[in-house]
Each structure stands twice: as C-alpha cells, then as structure tokens.
Design a protein around this ligand. Structure first.
Ligand code: GKR
Ligand code: MG
Length: 428
C-alpha cells in the first residue's frame, strides 16, 4: 500500500473572546486538516493546530510522504526527521501552547496513517493501539473567564436567539458568580463531572475566590483544577495553594519551569500537573530528578503522535506519575483521536481536557460529537470511525482565507482593546 495524495487544508473555527495569561482569544482559532489517500483509494485524516508555518511545513513534507507505506511509521518518521527535525530546534516557546512544529507535523501524519491502517484492516484505531481498556472516556469541563461575545463574525456581539449552552458560551464571565453560571450551563449540556478553570487572567485572589465559588456550587465530590499557565510567582502560588489545598484535585502549571514547580511541590501538599514545564521526552530525566510534577498532561499533537503518548504513559507508570490529556481549540478529528488513545491507554488517571464545547462548528458528517454524562464512547467502526463533511471543510477553509489570521496572537488581540497591555512571564 502506498500514499498517493496528501491534502493540507487550513481552517478557522469560531472562537469566543476567552481570556488567558497571554491575552485574549482571537475571533477565530486555526486548525489544519491533513488527508492522506492511498493507491487503493483509502483516505485517512489528521488534525493539528494551524498556522502559516505549519501549512508551509506540511507542503514541504509532501514529497517525503507520497509513495510511503502508511503501515511503515518508522520509515515515515525517519524520512521526515532527517529533513525537518533540525529546523525546529525543539523550541516550545513561552506561550501556554506548544510552538514546536516537527511534533505537530508527525502527529497529523501518524493519526492519518492509523486511520488508513484501521480502515484497510476493518478494525478501529483503538485495536491497533492495544485494544479497548475503557469503552467510555471521561472529559472535564474547561472553564474560561471571558468577555461578552460569540466570536467569529459576531465578535463581541451575541446571538440573542441562542439558548442553553449556546447562550452561556457567549455570555460575559469575569466574576466568580458568572463563572459558576458558565460551569453549570456547560455541565448541564455535556454532563462533565470535573471542572478546570483557565486562570492567570485576573487577579489571583479573584481566581481563588472563583474556585471556592465552584466548590460551593458543585460540592466536595466534583474534582477541581486551576491552571494559571505559569504566570504566578512562587510566592503567589504558595500563598494561593495553601488557601486551596483542601479543594484541588490538582494544581496545573501555577509557576514557570521545572525548578519552580519542584520548589512549589516541596512547599504545598497538592498534586501538581503540567503541560508547560515537562513537554517532551528530553524534559523527562530532569522532571524525574527534581520531581517537578505529579501528573503530565499528554497531547498527541505535542508529544509527536499516539504511539509517543503511549511511550509517555509507560514512563509515567514506571516513575509513579499520573497522566491525563491537554487540549487546545479543536474539532472532531483531534477529539476522536484522543478518545481512541485514551480508550487504549490503561495508565490514564484523570478526566481529559477538551476545548470542544467552545467551538460551535464541526467538519464531520453528523455534526458535533455528542457527549453522554461527560464521556465519549470509543468508536468501533474501522479507522477513526469518522467521515469528513467536505462542504463544512470548504466553508471553514473559506473562513480561514477571509479572516486573515495566520498565526495565533492572543497578546495582539488583547492590545486591540488595551493598547498598553503586554505579556509577562510572571505577572503576579
Ligand atoms: O486556549 O487559552 C487557551 C489555553 O490556555 C491553551 O492555549 C493552553 O494550551 O489549554 C491550555 C493549557 O495550558 O492547558
Ligand atoms: Mg495547562
């Protein structure tokens, strides 16, 4: 079997004005869809964060992908590694999201190859990753402070006819009370059982008060997490950690870097989690040595694919670290790949993150994937078990062309409202 065609389609998804430590979400979030087609007409799908840089890299990779056997992932990796790895310099960057390109590139192609392998064998991807360990994969509610607005064409406007979660997604949330309302609406719609607050956006005391308001509203049996994306000083993280000690399931990246995380760990008795300080295999030896976190939030887009995340799971199990999954704005190809991976990975110890509720669009036949009690069932159909809605893909590609955004820039978006605003590595 050979790959004959590779199609790369950047898309732009409606994204509301969500706040984080580095500014404000732009009205559109970028993703890139990759489709591989084999000589026997089987097609496979992959999805990764979008940017002009990743589109260019994928285009440059085409000549090394076409002609390869989708079952020979090691050969594909070797061919791409020798051409593109050095260009990347493993630079993760200081933003909450990972800016390395090579891991994204390989992740998109690996997932598409797994989709092809599954379809050609008549088996779901989960079966190629070791088989079903759990039928249903649990996710957490991902809560954001936000300005009023639907994002996309509406920007800071809202659709007054929206109801339920569609209305709550557009509502302002800058106080603990508004955040609780957002959490209730999201949980009502999706059935999530754990809550994660994206913090680092407002004064730490307001964010701590929000955690207590969530605890009050949801009770002690709902696990709570807070993620300031590394903009708290060690002193602030210790002070806030001491306050929240009894109510947190885990404390995600309150401070920057493994050494600060290790110091925090010694000072407060709360499990620490990360998708910022330990983000590659190269980071693992020091993570283990200094014990910078208890839980690693894997992400197949950032760790270089599904198999890489299973290798990470084995390392976490060996060294007594927990494992969960990180997320960024995405549609159903990424979500479904996460579900196959999670279903096949026994050592996955927490409900997964997903931004999925924040995006109204879907590019799969059947529309938005439906959650049941905060979980998704692993598909049993061949491959990923999904089908591309080509009309929606074309529409969201047209959004990409029209919106003019080619790189995520939350700080720039915030400066449109507050010209003096600037990113800081440690803000509080
Ligand atoms: O989308 O604002 C955001 C998040 O902050 C995202 O970029 C992070 O990568 O979800 C993230 C996290 O740090 O957990
Ligand atoms: Mg995080």
């Amino acid at each position: 079997m050979k790959i004959l065609e590779m199609h790369v389609t950047p898309i732009a998804l409606t994204d509301p004005p969500l706040l984080n430590s580095v500014g404000l979400h732009q009205p559109y979030a970028l993703r890139t869809i990759v489709e591989l087609v084999t000589d026997d007409g089987i097609s496979g799908l992959g999805e990764i964060p979008g940017s002009a840089k990743i589109t260019a890299l994928l285009e440059a990779a085409k000549e090394f992908v076409i002609g390869k056997d989708p079952f020979q992932l090691n050969a594909l990796y070797a061919a791409l590694d020798s051409q593109f790895r050095s260009a990347d310099k493993d630079f993760r960057g200081t933003n909450p999201w990972d800016q390395r390109l090579f891991v994204h590139l390989f992740s998109a192609l690996e997932v598409a190859c797994y989709d092809i392998m599954g379809k050609s064998l008549g088996r779901p991807v989960v079966d190629l990753l070791g088989g079903v360990f759990r039928e249903r994969v649990p996710f957490a509610a991902y809560l954001f402070y936000k300005y009023k607005g639907a994002g996309g064409e509406l920007g800071f406007e809202i659709d007054p006819t929206a109801t339920g979660w569609a209305a709550a997604r557009q509502a302002e949330a800058v106080t603990p009370e508004q955040l609780v309302a957002q959490a209730k609406a999201m949980c009502e719609e999706y059935g999530f059982r754990s809550l994660k607050l994206k913090a680092g956006a407002l004064e730490p005391d307001i964010e701590v008060a929000t955690m207590f308001a969530l605890r009050e509203a949801f009770g002690p049996d709902t696990p709570l997490r807070i993620d300031p994306n590394a903009v708290w000083s060690l002193e602030t993280a210790i002070r806030c950690g001491e306050k929240m000690r009894g109510i947190l399931e885990y404390y995600e990246d309150p401070v920057r870097g493994q050494d600060n995380m290790a110091k925090l760990k010694k000072a407060v008795d709360i499990p620490l989690a990360t998708n910022m300080c330990t983000t590659s295999f190269g980071d693992l030896p020091n993570s283990i040595a200094v014990h910078s976190e208890d839980i690693i939030l894997a992400d197949h887009h950032y760790w270089g694919g599904l198999r890489a995340c299973q290798e990470l799971a084995a390392i976490c199990r060996t060294f007594g670290r927990g494992l969960s999954m990180h997320s960024n704005s995405h549609v159903g190809i990424s979500l479904t790949a996460m579900v196959h991976l999670a279903a096949a990975t026994p050592h996955l110890t927490y409900d997964l993150d997903t931004h999925y509720p924040w995006q109204p669009e879907e590019i799969l036949v059947g529309g938005k994937i439906q959650f049941e009690d905060g979980t998704l069932r692993v598909p049993h159909e061949p491959g990923l078990g999904i089908e591309l809605d080509r009309a929606m893909l074309a529409k969201l590609h047209a959004n990409y062309i029209a919106c003019g955004i080619t790189e995520r820039d939350d700080a720039g978006e915030m400066r449109k409202l507050k010209p003096e605003w600037k990113s800081e590595l440690t803000r509080w």
